[in-house]
Design a protein around this ligand. Structure first.
Ligand code: NAD
Length: 272
């Protein structure tokens, strides 16, 4: 699946799903703008892509900052002359913001921070990228990071789930708003993927299992595909959604969840 000559801007791509997507897209011919608030890891991710023969730049960007976001899009166009794919990947969970992340204890500041990064950040990025996406002739699209938490509630994560629900409907409304310009908007909704986010959040949640199949935050006891997701599983979907091969796919909230939301039980009930 060639992504030759397409320029991707990927937020929160120093590590995890964003970094895997950056590497995969570059290996398929895309120019990639890696961006994050973690400059050391972001520079390393971009350098690894270049070392592997790909084309990448690193640009610092906190997606909740309007000047940062404007600077990111300008830097992308200065480097590569275009933006064809905006991948709104940056995301946080309240357990990464504060120790007081249960609903009873949660501060308004914590709720606002999650919404500022996960929802407002995606909005700011689309606003800033839109003039360039409109000029793209290479299958322009926006790809947003949803979650299974866009669909159902979880025992911990009220702010996160609220934000991811908003991202799902933001995507559908974007698909409508951008259709006249020939720009698609899609959203991927993973279950547990083996990244630092899952480990960080799980470590913060009291009662998370320390051994067994769900240790480390994997929640694999509900995965019909009986393993945790890998960042590359999601990167494959993002690369497909970005490619011309998905040109009739628009406004979707695409579950990539190992079957979690197809049923209600744990795999020991079916002998796994
Ligand atoms: N890992 C999972 O199981 C899972 C499941 C469902 C959805 N998601 C979503 O996928 C996306 C990527 O998740 P991940 O697991 O790779 O996360 P991660 O925490 O491993 O990586 C996210 C990156 O975003 C960066 N970031 C945080 N705040 C930022 C900000 N304000 N501006 C710019 N960058 C910022 C971090 O520094 C980090 O490098 C997130 O939106 C997440 O909610 C992840």
């Amino acid at each position: 699946m060639s992504l030759a000559a397409m320029t991707f801007v990927i937020t929160g791509s120093a590590r995890g799903i964003g970094a895997a997507t950056a590497s995969m897209a570059a290996s398929r011919g895309a120019n990639v703008v890696v961006s994050d608030v973690n400059d050391e890891a972001g520079e390393a991710t971009a350098q690894a892509i270049v070392d592997a023969g790909g084309s990448a730049r690193y640009v610092h960007c906190d997606v909740s900052s309007e000047p940062d976001v404007a600077g990111l899009m300008e830097a992308a166009v200065e480097a590569y002359g275009a933006i064809d794919v905006l991948h709104n990947n940056a995301g946080i969970h309240e357990a990464m913001v504060s120790r007081d992340f249960t609903f009873d204890a949660m501060s308004i500041d914590t709720f606002d921070r999650v919404m500022a990064v996960n929802v407002r950040g995606a909005f700011l990025c689309v606003k800033a990228a839109l003039p360039f996406l409109k000029e793209s002739t290479r299958s322009p699209s926006v790809i947003n990071a949803g979650s299974t938490a866009s669909w159902v509630g979880y025992p911990a994560g009220l702010a996160y789930g609220t934000s991811k629900g908003a991202v799902a409907l933001f995507t559908k409304n974007l698909a409508v708003a951008l259709a006249p310009y020939g720009i698609r908007a899609n959203c991927y909704c993973p279950a547990s993927v083996d990244t630092d986010m899952v480990k960080d959040v799980s470590a913060s949640i009291a009662g998370a299992p320390s051994d067994g199949p769900d240790a480390g935050g994997g929640a694999v006891s509900t995965h019909l595909v009986h393993r945790i997701g890998e960042p590359e599983d999601v990167a494959e979907l993002v690369c497909f959604l970005a490619s011309r091969r998905s040109s009739f796919v628009n406004g979707v909230t695409w579950l990539i969840d190992g079957g979690v939301l197809a049923w209600r039980d744990t795999v020991d009930s079916i002998g796994m």
